[in-house]
Design a protein around this ligand. Structure first.
Ligand code: ADP
Ligand code: 5GP
Length: 202
């Protein structure tokens, strides 16, 4: 017998650390885990599709959605807004499905306040140099935008103390295994099993 709602998972780390790469692998092997597609005002990168990587919106559309209570959280990052549409997450969690939010640290702290039981995972690079190489190597941002992202990254790394788990993405396979292990362990936490325990013990 299982009587539980899904786990809300917050997944953060500086731009270029490998969050997207790690999640892709995890989502392929964990059928009860879904990715929350965020809204953003940043322009799409080559190959990105509306509704898959992001819901791409004008600033006005984004602000309307936020003002009407449609966002679980939102934040400004390097000159653009990013936010989590609320309805999809709530629906999945209600159905017992785990939802992962790949969001930056300001938004993560907003969610933690609203949902103190959320599982908070932070991904660290093995070093700042490796991070910069990955970010430049990805070739998705201009040199100016890479500079902005690196400056934000130095600040974001200090926020890791607010999280429950830290994973170093050096060897990708090991980092993905650790991510899966942390998610599996969270399912056995007393907080996560509370509804089930209450049902058995009533
Ligand atoms: P993020 O989603 O955190 O911005 P990405 O997943 O886009 O980062 O990864 C940034 C770049 O680093 C990509 O080119 C990706 O292929 C590469 N990368 C990710 N993880 C590793 C790893 N463990 N070792 C080497 N390169 C990696
Ligand atoms: P990118 O432009 O590289 O896709 O994302 C830039 C940063 O915004 C990353 O740190 C990413 O995790 C974060 N981000 C993506 N979606 C959201 C969101 O919905 N809310 C918040 N607060 N940050 C987000």
């Amino acid at each position: 017998m299982r009587n539980k709602s899904g786990n809300l998972i917050i997944f953060s780390g500086p731009s270029g650390v490998g969050k997207g790469t790690m999640l892709k692998s995890c989502l392929e092997s964990l059928p009860n885990l879904r990715y929350s597609v965020s809204a953003t005002t940043r322009p799409p990168r080559e190959g990105e599709q509306h509704g898959r990587e992001y819901y791409f919106m004008s600033r006005e559309e984004f602000q309307n959605m936020a003002e009407n209570g449609g966002m679980l959280e939102y934040a400004e990052y390097n000159g653009n807004y990013y936010g989590t549409p609320k309805a999809y997450c709530e629906e999945l969690l209600e159905q017992g499905i785990d939802v992962v939010l790949e969001i930056e640290v300001q938004g993560a702290l907003q969610v933690k306040k609203l949902c103190p039981d959320a599982l908070m995972i932070f991904v660290m690079p093995p070093s700042i140099e490796v991070l910069e190489n990955r970010l430049c190597g990805r070739n998705t941002e201009s040199a100016e935008l890479v500079c902005g992202r690196m400056a934000i990254a130095r600040e974001e790394l200090k926020a890791a103390y607010n999280y429950d788990y830290v994973i170093i993405n050096d060897n990708l396979e090991q980092a993905v295994d650790e991510l899966k292990a942390v998610i599996a362990a969270s399912h056995c936490s007393v907080k996560s099993m509370k509804k089930f325990l209450d049902e058995v013990n009533k």
